[in-house]
Design a protein around this ligand. Structure first.
Ligand SMILES: Nc1ncnc2c1ncn2[C@@H]1O[C@H](COP(=O)(O)OP(=O)(O)OP(=O)(O)O)[C@@H](O)[C@H]1O
Length: 464
């Protein structure tokens, strides 16, 4: 029976404290309506206070409003405090790259938090069940999730100032429907549930029936798998956390350096978790499409016998291995753009670790060092000169070519990686004429034959 089964889950996992205050998320659908009914039924066992939080996401106009009013009416009937809010997801949300489903979830969770503060509730209760659990575990494994994500939906996790619990995780959807029938509950059915989440629906309709047919108790086994995996992960993460101080060489926002040999000295299961912790730290509060694959790639980078190698991870994170250290930094094009006035005479330090030294040629003409120095006749350009990152579509009249070339083409011919192209210095004059791509190519502003009639400037591109 549902009641006994759920009570067992609650006791075994200490989900509910006596005389506590619970906030229950209720949509009016079968899962949450049965959840509310169950919690009302067993209230005398725990003496908790119940408050319901219900959100109308206004996706389905009048229909969803009716669901919301229905929950309010049930609460009135059952003598439960009702808190509701109608929250409209901004119409243009999908243009921001966020799905309306994700936005409504975020807004709903913000509402739960607000209500937990208002009613001083310590526990939020939601109606996810065993079918949801199996689908989630399988979906995540199939996607290549790693760590705790593979364990699916947790029974209990910290939330706001207390916990979020899901006491129905061991139940099947059928048990919930059966309970609703026995107790003559009349849940509302949301038709959008069936079409919103395509991936989940494929698992629900194609995989779940097969598993249920194979073993009636598949829900319990998946739930045990999930709980054990959580425990194992927790254990390993604690163990590896204690070793992390010797792994970190530098830890800053968006930037970190680690000691590779300290990671490789750990047993294999801890190596993966150490990498997971490094990535957790770097990706903090950044939604990311990280998977087990990225951990494998990083491990391969660390084990690579080459002393230096690079790996590009999601959202512009670059891992750069150099001998026994690995540097992680986020590549942000915008923040790397620069524009500096070229000091003549003097030195201009560039953000890429190089500088440009400039001086007037007094007597003897210095020796030219390939593309690393430039002789500039003062009369050939308009001052001041600027050194900056490239602009889209920019061209340069290449020395010895008799025509102009796109900077992009030069970078491609010289096999300069994209990331370096975006920070490569370009020297231009007041009129916007590109004079020199230091270290790469010169413009025809540098004369082939140096006459000593005009005043000359010697530019040099060198490491700081
Ligand atoms: N609009 C809502 N307002 C308040 N709580 C909600 C709302 N939608 C979902 N929840 C809570 O989140 C849980 C999971 O939601 P989800 O949409 O995944 O499940 P569901 O199958 O639609 O649940 P239900 O049958 O209760 O509608 C629900 O059981 C409920 O506790």
């Amino acid at each position: 029976m549902l009641k006994e089964k759920v009570l067992k889950t609650i006791y075994r996992n200490e989900l509910i404290q006596e005389k506590s205050k619970l906030l229950v998320g209720v949509s009016g659908g079968p899962d949450s309506l049965v959840l509310l009914h169950f919690l009302k039924q067993v209230q005398p066992l725990f003496h908790y206070e119940l408050t319901v939080a219900s959100v109308d996401h206004m996706f389905r106009g009048e229909e969803s409003y009716e669901d919301y009013k229905y929950v309010e009416q049930i609460c009135e009937q059952w003598g439960i405090v009702f808190e509701g809010r109608r929250i409209d997801v901004p119409a243009n949300i999908e243009q921001t790259g966020e799905s309306s489903q994700l936005t409504s979830r975020k807004l709903r969770f913000a509402f739960y938090e607000e209500m937990m503060a208002k009613h001083q509730t310590s526990t939020l209760v939601l109606g996810h069940h065993g079918d949801d659990q199996i689908e989630t575990v399988l979906m995540r494994l199939t996607r290549g999730a790693t760590g705790k994500a593979r364990a699916g939906i947790p029974l209990k996790r910290p939330f706001y100032t207390g916990y979020l619990i899901r006491p129905f995780l061991e139940l099947t959807k059928d048990e919930i429907i059966e309970y609703a029938g026995i107790h003559k509950l009349e849940p509302r059915y949301d038709p959008s549930n069936e079409k919103d989440d395509y991936v989940r629906n494929r698992f629900r309709h194609e995989v779940l029936p097969f598993l249920k047919k194979e073993n009636r108790k598949v829900h319990e086994h998946f739930q045990r798998f999930s709980e054990e995996l959580y425990e194992d992960e927790e254990f390993f993460l604690n163990l590896v956390s204690s070793k992390m101080p010797e792994v970190w060489a530098q830890q800053e926002k968006d930037y970190a350096v680690i000691q590779i040999d300290r990671v490789l000295a750990m047993p294999k299961p801890l190596q993966r978790r150490a990498i997971q912790l490094i990535l957790n730290y770097l990706y903090l509060e950044r939604p990311s499409s990280l998977s087990a694959l990225h951990i494998d790639q990083l491990l391969a980078l660390f084990l690579n016998p080459q002393p230096s190698a690079e790996l590009h991870l999601p959202e512009g994170l670059i891992a750069e291995k150099s001998y026994k250290t690995c540097t992680f930094r986020f590549f942000r094009q915008e923040s790397l753009k620069y524009s500096l006035k070229l000091q003549i005479p003097g030195e201009t330090i560039l953000p890429n670790g190089y500088k440009i030294k400039a001086h007037y040629i007094k007597e003897e003409i210095p020796v030219l060092k390939g593309n690393y120095s430039f002789i500039l006749p003062e009369s050939a350009v308009q001052f001041p000169l600027t050194v900056r990152t490239r602009n889209e579509g920019e061209r340069m009249a290449v020395k010895g070519l008799g025509g102009s070339k796109k900077l992009k083409e030069i970078f491609i011919n010289e096999k300069i990686p994209l990331l370096e192209r975006n920070v490569w210095p370009v020297i231009i004059d007041q009129a916007g004429t590109v004079i020199w791509l230091p270290g790469l190519k010169k413009s025809n502003v540098e004369p082939d034959i140096i006459s000593d009639e005009t005043s000359l400037i010697y530019l040099e591109y060198k490491k700081v």
